[in-house]
Design a protein around this ligand. Structure first.
Ligand SMILES: [Zn+2]
Length: 338
């Protein structure tokens, strides 16, 4: 089959590889309904991580189960399933408190920018739908697997409450999903930080009430101005840079929570600043598995349309162009047709 392999910085190819097979009795093989490129795929693509051997890319997936290992009991061939980018047993003590992304058996999904993929820990990871969703819902269901689940976790970790004021730092796909999540959780005011017209419009469509286009000290001053000098009750940090983290912490009011889901690169925090700012932080890889049943239900009832975050659709054979378009910020998120 053809799959997406990263060979080095800026060098991603659609090339022939062996089909995945069951390696452990707890595995499943699924045939993907569609795939996509994640903002986090851009870190290795841009050379932020050392690539020592070719990497099979892709960790967002939904589709039909083809085959299961002998120990799998909760899903069976023919079922339409969705899973998280973190593979988890869903039974250990971390999973039981809703932190499946810290599962003692955790593995990270790879190889999902391809027509077939192996999912380890299938029983704990996969959620089966009662039936195959309508074709037009596939992008929405696919979005649940990571980008929406991560934006949702940012809002959950930031303890968004009905009526509260939320600031979202980052106008990438996860930031936009954070806006959607805050809206669903009943936030009274959602301030999206973005300098790009198209992304500002998307944020407004997903539920933002205010846009702040300034950055740095000016951006912080603008948020203070919009909140009567107080700061936001909840801040979603969806980038992972020193600047975005600083922006998030300084936009938060005392007693606020920052949910940070951008993978930090080069972020340093000052202990004294954290001490006196009195802002809480919770972040990390999103425990999407915790939210999957609820988010799937919202999509199937058409209450949310997270699939609108995809603004570029390409066949798998053009995956290199999909990465390039996202890298150059010409596209927010690329859907891959298989
Ligand atoms: Zn676990």
């Amino acid at each position: 089959m053809k799959a997406t392999i990263l060979h080095g910085s800026g060098d991603v190819r659609c090339e022939e590889v062996a089909e995945p097979r069951i390696l452990k009795p707890t595995d499943a093989i699924i045939r993907l309904a569609a795939s996509c490129i994640c903002g986090s795929d851009l870190w290795p693509y841009r050379g932020a991580n050392q690539i020592t051997e070719p990497m099979a890319m892709g960790h967002e997936y939904c589709g039909i189960v083809e085959e299961v290992g002998s120990a799998v009991t909760s899903v069976r061939p023919g079922q339409f399933v969705v899973g998280s980018f973190c593979l988890s047993d869903n039974t250990c003590s971390h999973c039981r408190v809703g932190f499946q992304s810290s599962c003692v058996q955790r593995e990270f999904m790879t190889g999902a920018q391809a027509p077939l993929a192996r999912v380890a820990l299938a029983d704990g990871t996969l959620v089966a739908l009662a039936e195959k969703p309508a074709d037009d819902l596939i992008p929405d269901i696919l979005a649940v697997s990571d980008v929406l689940g991560t934006g949702w976790y940012a809002a959950d970790a930031a303890r968004v409450q009905p009526g509260s004021t939320v600031a979202v730092v980052g106008d990438g796909a996860v930031g936009l999903m954070g806006v959607l999540a805050a809206r669903q959780m009943g936030a009274g005011r959602i301030i999206a930080m973005s300098r790009h017209k198209q992304r500002q419009d998307q944020a407004l469509e997903f539920g933002a009430t205010d846009i702040v286009s300034e950055r740095g000290d000016d951006g912080i001053a603008r948020i203070k101005e919009l909140t009567g000098g107080i700061g936001a009750d909840s801040v979603l940090e969806c980038v992972g840079t020193e600047q975005s983290m600083s922006q998030a912490l300084k936009s938060a009011r005392p007693g606020a929570m920052v949910g940070f889901v951008g993978v930090p690169h080069g972020v340093q925090l000052d202990g004294q600043f954290l001490f006196f700012t009195q802002v809480g932080m919770l972040g990390g890889p999103a425990p999407v598995r915790r939210f999957l049943p609820h988010l799937i239900e919202l999509v199937l009832q058409r209450k949310i349309r997270p699939g609108k975050v995809f603004d570029l659709e390409l066949p798998l054979s053009d995956v290199a162009e999909g990465y390039k378009a996202m890298d150059e910020r010409r596209a927010i998120k690329t859907l891959l047709r298989l």
